[in-house]
Design a protein around this ligand. Structure first.
Ligand SMILES: Cc1cn([C@H]2C[C@H](O)[C@@H](COP(=O)(O)OP(=O)(O)OP(=O)(O)O)O2)c(=O)[nH]c1=O
Length: 192
């Protein structure tokens, strides 16, 4: 048995290391992340995690874990911004409001699939023009759903969350540990 992390996200690798899980291999999935017409954020996010895990090549005895993090403003999905202008537009949309962050995790071993999703609520303060400018200049928005990372400089813009911090960063550790355990991952020692 090999444990394969199906993710190119450095956050997910670091989060797994926090619970003592070190992948034998990392295989980033390459899938089309375009939402279907009128697709809602939560089912979209769950579909992405399922499609990612199905796209990772593995042996039947291997355990593969993939995840997807989606930022939702009402029914609207805010993906990873393509450029600074889009990141700025996202920040302006979220400024002074609450939004949801959904992270779906999928684990497969052979024919079997285990899946969970976690929804958190995040409040962003009302952003001033200099705050928007300074945050964009950090470049930290790149490659992150909604165009921010709570674990980086954007932490200063987020006074309140409800839900799971690790899920917002990219992998809900309690749920991921449960799914890995269900799939027969050999935890030894540690909290899980
Ligand atoms: C909201 C938020 C997202 N993110 C990141 C986590 C994810 O890496 C990214 C969302 O994009 P994803 O499509 O979930 O993941 P990814 O493309 O980075 O990696 P892969 O598909 O290979 O697993 O946004 C943060 O790091 N902090 C945050 O606060």
């Amino acid at each position: 048995m090999q444990f394969i992390l199906g993710s190119g996200s450095p956050r997910r690798l670091e989060l797994l290391a926090q619970i003592g899980v070190v992948p034998d291999a990392i295989r980033a999935p390459d899938i089309d992340e375009t939402p279907h017409k009128a697709e809602l954020p939560r089912p979209y996010c769950a579909r992405m995690a399922r499609e990612k895990v199905a796209a990772v090549p593995a042996e039947t005895d291997d355990i593969v874990l993939c995840a997807d993090t989606t930022v939702a403003l009402g029914r609207r999905i805010l993906g990873k911004p393509e450029n600074e202008a889009e990141a700025e537009a996202f920040l302006r949309l979220m400024s002074g409001r609450r939004h949801k962050v959904v992270t779906a995790v999928a684990v497969i071993r052979g024919e079997k699939l285990w899946q969970r999703d976690v929804q958190s609520t995040v409040k962003m303060k009302s952003l001033s023009e200099p705050e928007i400018r300074r945050y964009l200049a950090t470049g930290d928005w790149r490659g992150k759903a909604g165009g921010y990372g709570i674990q980086g400089p954007a932490g200063a813009l987020i006074p309140w969350i409800s839900g799971s911090f690790t899920a917002i960063v990219g992998l809900p550790l309690a749920e991921a540990a449960n799914l890995l355990q269900a799939a027969g991952y050999p935890f030894d020692g540690g909290a899980a």
